[in-house]
Design a protein around this ligand. Structure first.
Ligand code: FO1
Length: 331
């Protein structure tokens, strides 16, 4: 029998996938589940493309492009070259091997399969021992209101290289979305020990997940510690527009803003050594380690730190839930 996951990670693309790999490496096979953002998904050239799911899948399978952090290693671009020759839209790079996933996913969706089932089948083909779950089976689209007008996520992120100023974000379809039933099974399991929010962009990658009705409450109801790894290192994002967007939304790009953003959801925060002094003032349990993940040793170290912080908080979280339940019973 497959073991039940003991850890649930919440992830977007590149940064989140690195910690997911660290967690997969330090946990026994089958003990990790990753709930992945699908707000970045879009239909392009008639194909359903799920960049964050694919980034996590390729990373956990050990076939991700090592420099980019997304797409396949040892990739060829015959399709792209020909598309360009034919005058097709070439701003979104689709490698030949990567293309197969989009074609296959689109075919199976059209045949009526759920995205959760398709993702599990692909993960199995790649030999990935981790349970990969999309945040919902129905479509959700992250939309950005910017000074260049309203933009779908990939148009903002790839076509316009995150250059427009962001005024606000919305997640179309989120109100109608439901987390997959497979997630409820993970959250209800007595094997669950921790929920880890990876250092993905809180606004672009984690907020779409939390916008799915019932998800935030379901995470808390699991009665296990929820710990986040800060995406900032000394006020800067490792990759991507986290700090830029925080500035545009009127927030200071610092650890306090991250803690405030996740207030009510997290029990503890992992911060980089350069942010340790600031973390003391948060009034939130925290752990310190180097959070830049350049290699597998780094990924494992950050994974261990997050799990140790969660274990340290387990008794307190269980007691808090007990007293909330007692208060509710008395009321
Ligand atoms: N990112 C880019 O910067 N340029 C691309 O052309 C591009 C293509 C692409 C194709 C498939 C895929 O799974 C990911 C791809 N990405 C590309 C990455 C993607 O836009 C981002 O990683 C995420 O959506 C942000 O988390």
């Amino acid at each position: 029998m497959k073991p039940a996951p003991s850890v649930l990670a919440l992830s977007g693309g590149v940064g989140g996938a690195k910690l997911a790999l660290g967690l997969q490496r330090v946990l026994p096979p089958g003990e990790l589940a990753v709930l992945v953002n699908t707000g970045d998904d879009f239909t392009h050239l008639g194909l359903r493309i799920c960049p964050d799911l694919d980034t996590v899948l390729y990373t956990l399978a050990g076939v991700v492009h090592p420099k980019q952090g997304w797409g396949r290693d040892a990739e060829t671009f015959g399709f792209m070259d020909e598309l360009r020759r034919q005058g097709g839209p070439d701003w979104f790079l689709l490698g030949d091997r990567d293309l197969v996933l989009h074609v296959e996913r689109t075919r199976r969706l059209a045949a009526g399969e759920r995205l959760t089932q398709i993702t599990a089948a692909l993960a199995q083909r790649f030999g990935v021992p981790t349970l990969l779950l999309p945040m919902a089976d129905s479509e959700v689209a992250s939309l950005l209101d910017t000074d260049a007008g309203p933009l779908e996520f990939q148009h903002y992120f790839v076509r316009l290289r995150c250059e427009p100023r962001v005024r606000s974000l919305a997640f179309a379809g989120a109100a109608q979305a439901r987390p997959p039933e497979e997630l409820a099974t993970v959250l209800r399991s007595s094997a669950l020990r921790a929920i880890v929010i990876t250092p993905s962009n809180p606004f672009l990658s984690i907020d779409p997940l939390l916008a799915v009705p019932g998800l935030r409450a379901a995470l808390r109801a699991a009665r296990v510690p929820v710990v986040a790894v800060s995406p900032l290192i000394g006020g800067r994002a490792v990759k991507g527009p986290t700090a830029k967007i925080m500035g545009e939304l009127g927030l200071a790009a610092d650890t306090a803003s991250i803690a405030r953003h996740y207030a009510g959801l997290i029990d503890g925060l992992v911060v980089d050594g350069s942010d340790a002094a600031e973390a003391h003032a948060l009034g939130l349990p925290f752990a310190v380690t180097g959070t830049l993940m350049r290699n597998d040793d780094d990924r494992e170290r950050v994974a261990h730190t997050a799990l140790q912080l969660a274990d340290r908080l387990a008794a307190r979280v269980a007691a808090d839930h007990g007293s909330i339940a007692a208060d509710a019973a008395r009321a």
